[in-house]
Design a protein around this ligand. Sequence first.
Ligand code: GAP
Length: 501
Amino acid sequence: MDELASLCKRRGFIFQTSEIYGGINGFWDYGPLGVELKRNIKETWWKTTVQARENVVGLDSSIIMHPRVWEASGHVGNFKDPMVDCRETKSRYRADQILVFKHKTDDSALMFAYPEDEEAPVKKAGKLAKIKADDYESVPLLDIPVAHYNRLVGPDTAEAGTLTEPRAFNLMFKTHVGPVEESANVAWLRPETAQGIFAQFGNINAISRLKIPFGIGQIGKAFRNEINPRNYTFRSREFEQMELEFFIKPGTDAEWHEYWVDARLKWYSIVGLPEGRMHRDVHSQEKLAHYASACTDILYDFPFGTQELEGIAARGNFDLTQHQTVSGKGLEYFDEETKERYLPHVIEPSAGVDRIALALLCEAYRIEWIPNDGGKVLTADPNVNRAPEGYEARTVLRFAPCIAPYKVAIFPLLKNKEELVTKARAVFERLNDRWNCFYDHAGAIGRRYRRQDEIGTPFGVTIDFDTLENDTVTVRDRDTMEQIRMPISELESYIAERVRF
Ligand code: GAP
């Protein structure tokens, strides 16, 4: 992850926000390449989820909405995480993500708290107390009675008794609308885009003449004051969501839920996340919210563990019922054919753009050893920092062409041959009208290829002396590094076929 983060900074994918002032935890900026990557993720989602479907329409609702939206949705009352503080180090932790390494039988022994995604702190425990690791077990912090916290050593301290008892902490960012900061003017930055859709369900239902089942999709920023932003951009405080509320007839929940889980998994394979590293986490009945009939999380094997990219929930008609009750406005759907009036149920696929961008970067990132004179490309051994004799190392981002920031790089073989440059500029301008392309005339052609490999450009087009003779170019494939020759007139259709999704 450190190597990838360094590449992301060096090549302009992701920067720490306001870095010149020391940054601010949980906020990130996407540089020239990162913004293209994210736009392509959103574009493939919007195209396949909204535009390609006659029964799905889009919405762009505001980030700040009437505060009663968040009372109705339950976020004011319930959108809370339990947190504990360390009085000694001033660190703050999410209590439900902390485990405790404790003696199985001895109730007077010291206990050791540690983050759930780390190894049990056997060494630290061994240093601070006489232990036999086999006598210890790990249990959730929330299962430890607060009265025993005096024997509990915090994750980042050697002292026992420094952790406070868990307190509920609302994750919504609060602000005030207008010049006076008083409780009557409180507003919230939305923690999800979904409620904007539910709050506009009545208007869209009235104007669109869509028939159930139909969906409303939205892409936009969401904000959560996460207690512990971590794993690079994975858990941020400002992020983007792509959410679909797909409204259905009550009783058809199970089949539509299954439909959307399958459809979303197909989408992940289109953008370049292979089936083998994707997982479904089907929530058990006990884990479901009281109003939900099903929820499946879609997970990806990140280098820091298998983690959620998207949740797909069958939420019944909980949200519409709440908004109808709290607003006093009818939100029922009228079925012209059956003459029935009802509050539709909803299936909600809810994905995070930033997490998908991170997964795509992790998946695409490779260091390879390329043989100098043909033969098999090797995956670099991470413990050896030099390519073996006869090989050259290359860093490559093997993005699916549809999400690559640049689709094509155009190279004149030599930069000081006017005919080559004129021809190359003409090819660049033609292709750049259609796709985001990169023109590069600086340095040896091999180095130009490597620069594009490192930012994941799938095709490199070289204009050489043969081009001037017969109007053909070479097209180099980033992954196989093979080059084929083709007429300029065929370039557009060749590339279009490969970047299609
Ligand atoms: N409307 C349902 C909803 O918001 P969620 O599971 O809380 O459900 C959906 O969020 C998706 O939003 C997650 O699967 C994740 O991809 C993304 N997400 C949530 N919190 C995030 C955070 N702090 N940083 C980055 N992405 C986040």
